[in-house]
Write a protein that binds this ligand. Structure first.
Ligand code: MTE
Length: 311
């Protein structure tokens, strides 16, 4: 079949390009300057550790991961964020830390990142709408940031907020959700070794549509937990309410762990459509795995909890 071949070629090409670039990065041939063209906001994404431990599946073509996005600040359409983010300038970015820590304050992101080791982590990502991708993220462990910020022992949750700036985010002129976008994790989830603060993907800085310059990546949870363009972090004693709970608490819970046995009220979560590359009609349906396949790393955090109630 003609289309099928085209699909395959496209996939192979994208992956070959990705792996070649990785080889260059490993050999140090692409420096920070080349990777940060067009932006005054620069850091060296070539200086990171590789972590092969989590590489499991075929990587999604970069083009799909950067043109099929959920980012309501730009638009509720999946293709529009890529175009609308072209003018987004995540420069001179600061992160405000508040709540239960002595180290509250406004941190310059560029300086903050330098405190931590950047790693590449290839993770399966599962969206609540039943599509999934495999993405090579670049980031540092949220655990490292939390240790650096030294929260009090009374801090049981970490809360995040996205930038509110309707001039840069046209979607914020509409009330699709109550702005700003917000998310939270329980402290043990935040400290889990899988939880990343991503600053890049596919060996480069994060594109605007994927949450530049700083986003959360929690691979055993549904995609909506991965809050983008973070400007606020707060340590709290009470469980925060996230954006999707605010809109439809009966459909979206705080935990949002990937669970093939707990259906969304309007559709099944038992299978997913894996987007690998190219024309989506050819993407096969695969069985969704409990905790998105990361049970060995995370299941113990939920022992004794009823996951149908704590969905
Ligand atoms: N973060 C913000 N600020 N705004 C959003 O609309 N969408 C979420 C999450 N983070 C969203 C967000 C949802 S529903 C998903 S599935 C993921 O981002 C999509 O991430 P991706 O576009 O990098 O695949």
């Amino acid at each position: 079949m003609k289309f099928k071949n085209t699909h395959k070629d496209h996939q192979i090409t994208d992956e070959a390009i990705y792996y070649n670039r990785r080889k260059f990065i490993q050999q140090g041939l692409i420096g920070a300057a080349a990777l940060s063209t067009g932006s005054a906001w620069a850091y060296d994404v070539s200086n990171h550790n590789k972590n092969k431990q989590f590489i499991l599946d075929k990587i999604t073509a970069e083009k799909d991961a950067t043109t099929y996005n959920n980012f309501y600040e730009f638009s509720t359409s999946k293709s529009a964020p890529a175009e609308l983010a072209e003018s987004f300038k995540p420069e001179s970015w600061t992160v405000e830390v508040s709540g239960l820590t002595k180290k509250t304050g406004t941190y310059d992101l560029e300086k903050l990142i330098k405190q931590f080791t950047l790693e590449e982590r290839i993770y399966r990502m599962r969206c609540v709408e039943a599509w999934s991708m495999v993405i090579p993220w670049l980031g540092f462990k949220l655990a490292d940031l939390i240790r650096y910020l030294e929260p009090d022992s009374s801090a049981k949750y970490v809360y995040f907020e996205t930038l509110y700036d309707p001039k840069q985010f046209p979607g914020q002129n509409r009330r699709s959700i109550p702005w700003p976008y917000r998310e939270g994790l329980r402290m043990d989830e935040a400290m889990n070794e899988l939880t990343l603060m991503a600053v890049g993907m596919y060996g480069k800085k994060l594109p605007g549509q994927n949450g530049a310059p700083l986003r959360l990546v929690v691979p055993w949870k549904y995609g909506f937990k991965g809050i983008k363009s973070i400007v606020k972090i707060k340590f709290m004693s009470e469980q925060p309410v996230n954006s999707w709970q605010q809109i439809a608490a009966q459909e979206y819970g705080f935990y949002a762990n990937v669970n093939p046995k707990v259906d969304h009220p309007r559709w099944s979560q038992a299978t997913e459509r894996r987007i690998t590359g190219g024309f989506s009609l050819f993407n096969s349906r695969i069985d969704t795995q409990m905790f998105n396949g990361y049970g060995d790393y995370v299941a113990n955090m939920y022992k004794g909890m009823d996951l149908t109630k704590n969905y």
